[in-house]
Ligand binder design. Structure first.
Ligand SMILES: [Fe+2]
Ligand SMILES: [Fe+2]
Length: 169
C-alpha cells in the first residue's frame, strides 16, 4: 500500500478500529495465534489490496468497513458454551446484529457481514464488495491456520494493525 492508500484505508477504518467495543476483538483468538481483531484488519487490508490490484471500481469505504466488521461476534468461539454451537453457521448473523447496534451500516456493509459465510449460509452475496471480502477472508484464514508451518508472519500485515490503532487508545 502506498501512503495515499494507507491514509485512505486509515480514514475509512478509524471510526471502527478505535471504538472501545471493537478493540475487545483483540481479546478473542480467531485462528492459531491470531486474534479476531488482527484477522479482521488483515481481511480489510487484503480486500482493499485485491480491489486496487484488479483496478475494480467499487465502494472502497463500505468494503473496508464491512470487512472490519465481518466477524464482530464478540465471543471466544473456542470456549464451550451452548450459545457458541454451530459457530460456522450462526456467527455472520450475530456479527451483523452486533454491528447494527454499534455502527451505522449501509446495504453493502450489511451484505458483506451477513453473507460472508456463504455457502454455509444459503443466500449468496449480492455485491462485488461482498465477494472481495469473502475471498480475502478465506485467504487470511488459510494463512493464519498455517502460519506456524510457513513461518511467514513478517509478510502478514499484523504490524499495520497496531499502527492503525491510535497510541492513546
Ligand atoms: Fe467469519
Ligand atoms: Fe473471518
Amino acid at each position: 500500500m502506498d501512503s495515499f492508500e494507507k491514509d485512505y484505508f486509515y480514514n475509512c477504518a478509524d471510526g471502527i478500529i478505535n471504538a472501545e467495543i471493537y478493540q475487545q476483538l483483540d481479546g478473542f483468538i480467531q485462528h492459531g495465534e491470531t486474534t479476531v481483531l488482527q484477522h479482521s484488519v488483515s481481511v480489510a487490508y487484503y480486500s482493499y489490496k485485491i480491489a486496487k490490484k484488479l483496478k475494480l471500481k467499487c465502494d472502497f469505504e463500505s468494503l473496508i468497513r464491512g470487512a472490519l466488521l465481518h466477524d464482530f461476534f464478540l465471543y471466544d468461539w473456542h470456549v464451550y458454551d451452548k450459545s457458541h454451537r454451530l459457530h460456522g453457521f450462526k456467527h455472520a448473523k450475530t456479527a451483523l446484529k452486533n454491528a447494527d447496534i454499534h455502527f451505522n451500516l449501509n446495504h453493502t456493509e450489511r451484505d458483506i457481514i451477513g453473507k460472508h459465510m456463504w455457502p454455509l449460509n444459503l443466500r449468496p452475496p449480492r455485491y462485488k464488495e461482498s465477494y472481495l471480502v469473502w475471498t480475502a477472508d478465506k485467504y487470511c484464514s488459510l494463512i493464519e491456520t498455517t502460519l506456524r508451518i510457513f513461518k511467514s508472519k513478517k509478510q502478514f500485515p499484523q504490524k499495520l494493525v497496531y499502527e492503525l490503532i491510535k497510541p492513546d487508545k
